[in-house]
Design a protein around this ligand. Sequence first.
Ligand code: ADP
Length: 490
Amino acid sequence: MPNTLPENIFRTVFEKSPGSLLVRADVPRFTILAASDSYLAVTATTRDAILGRGFSEVFPESTNIDDAIKAQHIFKKVAETGQKIDIPSYRYDIFDPDTYTYEEHYWSCSNVPILGDDGKIAYILNTVIDITKEVKAREEAMEIANRLRMANEATGLATWDLDLVDQTFVYSPRMAEIFGHKLDEDISLSDFRSQISQDDMNNIILPSFKAATLSGDYLYEVKIILPDASTRWIKTQGIVIFDANKKPVRMLGTVLDITESKRDEIRKNDFIAMASHELKTPLTSLKAYIQLLERKITQKDDSFINNALVKAGNQVNKMADLVYGFLDLSRLESGKLQVKILPFDISELIAEIITETMLINYSHPIVFKQGKPMIINADRDRIGQVVSNFLSNAIKYSPKGSTITVSSRIMDSNAQVSVTDNGIGIRSKDQEKLFQRFYRVENENIKNISGFGIGLYLASEIIQRHQGKIWVESKEGKGSTFSFSLPIGS
Ligand code: ADP
């Protein structure tokens, strides 16, 4: 077998190649020597009609196209300079004889000089590729990016994108603006991070860790410190993208300036804190006066007044619970809810709370299924508050005379406490929302029962602060069991 390809094979290869034309470098005629099938198809001609003829004779160029992309002009330059000329993208519409219209087309072409035996430029190879689809796709992508940018600008949303593999960080101009930087500054991810208030660092670590290991998405609110030392609040929301091996490779997110609404929230919290603080003092003295009167009246044995005072005492207690609830809420929101961790026996605490509850409430029998003594490290008053809330809800939301059962036991090295009632129960769609702030079930049966929907929210925050779990199991019309569990001896 010879080591060189026979000429007819070369010819076939050429004819099958995409958009190729070979012309002689005989300026200005440029005699056409070979053309590939696809070149003929695009130019709607045949090999017989063009071979051996001059290029401009066959393809007269329209006068309204730019000189720089005229084939004639380019061939001349290649022949004269011996340099290859590429035109990466140009528009040249094609006439469609069926519709009598021109169809929009984009092309990329390359013009390569080929030397003859004498070392002079003898031929020019012109290769043209139709890139209409690619150009259209790029235009569409730009259009989408533009629309997204406009939507982001309108909503004030900033966007960022972190490549976790090579740590490349890209952000929109709005992000620099929110963080108080000039648009031409080059800001790194660690620069942005260093602006997050130290007090809020914990708000980020857990959601980011969860997103990277479990859920893939995250949301957090933090305070940032601007270069001029002023502060702003931002809300970041985003997703983590994993590769096929479940390794996190990319994080994408948006940042929104929420300073205004945060300030409103802080003002509202301050108001609640102040109002509940101011209410505490008159309430305490009211309570003291009622107790004083109760003691005096008993001696005189006036049953009507005695009864009225017990009722007044109960109402004052209810009001005190509400006021303390709001005070706790505002402490919680401003991060000032303190927990004092000390070891104590949780069964003993439950027994105490049941006794106290029964003293002021005769409507429901309460049964305590007490497990072994269980020493936990926690804030005794706060955990007592959770048990009280479960108990008072069980009383509020179950018919008079029905039994309430409290149980304590050890489950998987945790102390588990449950309060079960035979009351109205809760629909499953409401169950997951019960622990949210101000959530109350909308239900005809309970519209007359007072409450603000903060008890369970506080309870869940308290339990979370102790690294515990809180949950509910319930059937509508049958009753509910509210439980929490806390690590023993932790
Ligand atoms: P409050 O009772 O003051 O409204 P909570 O936060 O303690 O606030 O409870 C939130 C809501 O959960 C209540 O409004 C009620 O709809 C529902 N709920 C709580 N405990 C029970 C229960 N034991 N049975 C039925 N519904 C309950």
